[in-house]
Design a protein. Structure first.
Length: 239
């Protein structure tokens, strides 16, 4: 292990979805060396983990971004998180609003656990910067996506590790329309096409139905957010 953290190195929490792919592109523009980490927690939409491979390969051979900055990928198994989670992302449970007021897709503690493992990995790999695609502008009401939560986690992780890690949330104040716009701004049509064709966001893991905005069931909350964002971005682009 090492506490020698480099300002040139970043670790991106990379699920294979639209948001984390955009954040990965954002990091490739800013840091000399970028590594990725994914988490297998028994999610229903585990197809996202398969999408990660193709996205990374496309970034490595593409011309829109400095793919030579993309370093190793790390996959961390977190089956225990799935076993203790009675949620619509880890069980055949209806996607709805629970009595708590939170959606049944909320996996309690998920991002807190992700960040703890990511910080431990970043510490070992010498990455000062950790990038994640959470936001509270256009999201499903998850409390562990809020800006206050991320700021509190940064304080706790740095105290616990005696380090100075920096958590970056490029999408925190962007809605889905702005996220599509950011992808185009970072990597032009090449990155935008990659986001549409290869990323996965649908909670039900549907890769059979192709829409203008990408693949998905078209009816789950994640698909509806993405479809609405794409429609708004398209309309704004034509103005």
């Amino acid at each position: 292990m090492t506490a020698s953290l480099s300002d040139d190195r970043a670790l991106v929490l990379f699920s294979g979805g639209q948001d984390s792919t955009t954040c990965l592109a954002w990091a490739l523009r800013r840091f000399a060396e970028v590594e990725t980490v994914g988490f297998d927690y028994g999610q229903r939409h585990a197809v996202e983990l398969e999408c990660r491979v193709g996205i990374r390969e496309a970034l490595l051979r593409g011309t829109a971004l400095p793919g030579d900055r993309l370093g190793p990928d790390h996959m961390i198994p977190l089956e225990a998180l799935g076993r203790i989670s009675e949620t619509a992302l880890t069980r055949e449970v209806e996607i709805a609003t629970a009595e708590s007021g939170l959606p049944t897709t909320f996996v309690p503690g998920r991002n807190l656990v992700f960040l703890t493992f990511a910080a431990a990995l970043a510490y070992r790999r010498g990455c000062r910067h950790i990038v994640l695609g959470v936001c509270e502008t256009d999201y499903s009401g998850y409390p562990d996506c809020r800006d206050d939560t991320i700021k509190a986690m940064q304080v706790a992780l740095n105290l616990g590790l005696e380090a100075r890690l920096v958590l970056h949330t490029p999408l925190m104040w962007r809605d889905k329309a702005a996220t599509f716009a950011l992808a185009e701004e970072i990597g032009g049509a090449e990155l935008l096409n990659l986001v549409i064709e290869q990323t996965h966001t649908c909670y039900l893991g549907d890769r059979m139905h192709r829409h203008d905005w990408g693949y998905g069931c078209g009816t789950c909350p994640a698909c509806r957010l993405r479809a609405d964002g794409f429609a708004r971005w398209t309309a704004e682009s034509k103005r």
